[in-house]
Design a binder for this molecule. Sequence first.
Ligand SMILES: *[C@@H]1O[C@H](CO)[C@@H](O)[C@H](O)[C@H]1NC(C)=O
Ligand SMILES: *[C@@H]1O[C@H](CO)[C@@H](O)[C@H](O)[C@H]1NC(C)=O
Ligand SMILES: [Zn+2]
Length: 496
Amino acid sequence: MASPQPSSANRSSLKDHNIIIYSADFLSLCLLLSLLSTVVYAHAFSGVEERKGVKSDLFPEILRDEAVTQLIELGKVSDADGYLERTFWSPASVRAGNIIRIWMEDSGLITWVDQMGNVHGRVEGMNASAKALLIGSHLDTVIDAGIFDGSLGLISALSALKVLNITGRLGKLSRPVEVIAFSDEEGVRFQSTFLGSAAIAGILPVSALQIRDKSGVTVQDVLKENSVDITEENFFQLKYDPESVWGYVEVHIEQGPILESVGLPLGVVKGIAGQTRLKVTVRGSQGHAGTVPMSMRQDPMAAAAELIVLLESLCKHPENFLSYDGHCNGFAVESLAGSLVCTVGEISSWPSASNVIPGQVTFTVDIRAMDDMGREAIIYELSNRMYQICDRRSVSCNIERKHDANAVACDTGLSLQLKSAAYTAMKRMAGVVLDDVPVLMSGAGHDAMALSHLTKVGMLFVRCRGGISHSPAEHVLDDDVWAAGLAMLSFLETHL
Ligand SMILES: *[C@@H]1O[C@H](CO)[C@@H](O)[C@H](O)[C@H]1NC(C)=O
Ligand SMILES: *[C@@H]1O[C@H](CO)[C@@H](O)[C@H](O)[C@H]1NC(C)=O
Ligand SMILES: [Zn+2]
């Protein structure tokens, strides 16, 4: 396990990360304790290498070796030459679905594909009428993707179920367990995320069937091409009955640097951040770059620059902006401090020429936070201050709200069970008594967001190298794949 004890050089960054992890919930004493404990168990983990191969009850052949082989094989199933790309119902997605189905059957599950292209594998266990545990993640990818995003959640569940089958315990599960490989989480083709999981959660409007991709093909056309004749009636039958479901669990790569910085393979997710997307348009007077004196300009580009720097300051130090404001209480400021992130990712100007003062500049703002009220307070404060800057600079500003999604809190009970499963897995691998499992928040959206409208949800994060994802450089250590499978096994064992 290539996870050395944090050096003194990166201790301070380690401490920062702990502040992010525990944000509002813990006091500084707690921070100090967790800092000490993470150092202790990061150290404990350096012992795994020597013990590898000795403990056959840890099923390394299935949970690590076979799982890694499968991840690599699935990572080759692509619509593109030379890089990984699988979008909703594409030929590669259909091939990947067929492969997952074979692996599901190999783990002892009964399989089917639904009309949105989600692949299901289910075992009824001892009591077919008990509420089912759903475990899932997505089978689609971004363009030029890594091989772990989505797939790891499916493979870790299937490898754990395979161990149960081989050890004769699969049929002894106290409730049905169903693994679902969702057909669309990244939303690459139709720009609408969660087509697969939202349909099962019952929150996808039937109008989604009419969404068009860049070439004008609708979701319904794509389904027809694949011999799926979807009607309004059977569309709504995709929705699961909340009474038939016990809960939803998802394993996913962290897509961030925190687990790596504390030197541990697994963490529990306490929630998924809420998100707002804004479009800001700044209009000034277009003119000649050589002839209009500086004192007479109404330059929307310079104004946009000031607005973007304002956004950065506001999101770095919300307490400096919100604490004296009647609209936001201390609680919101405190809960924002750990999770608030703001980004301008896209900017364009008109006419966009080097010798022209632009007439108009447009940019996007992406704001995410765990606390919905705090996010609202930030947007309120940001808008007020942006309009003030635009007034002072005599440019006109327009702020449009393009997208909103509220934060999703993971279920406390389910998170405790996952935490204990992660703890057990890490302890068994390291062979030492460990302290606590890190608790993280997710800045990225996941299928669990959609499923939270159907049932309680819980998530486990797995360390990935450098926190990198959505890139071929995405990497998870073989032993961390093993840790994820072992945690799923421990979790499933509590349902025997
Ligand atoms: C588990 O695997 C065996 C084959 O090894 C199979 O016969 C059995 O039906 C499987 N499923 C369950 C639910 O045990
Ligand atoms: C099976 O599950 C149902 C629904 O939860 C419950 O009412 C019933 O008692 C269970 N049967 C057994 C044998 O545990
Ligand atoms: Zn993902």
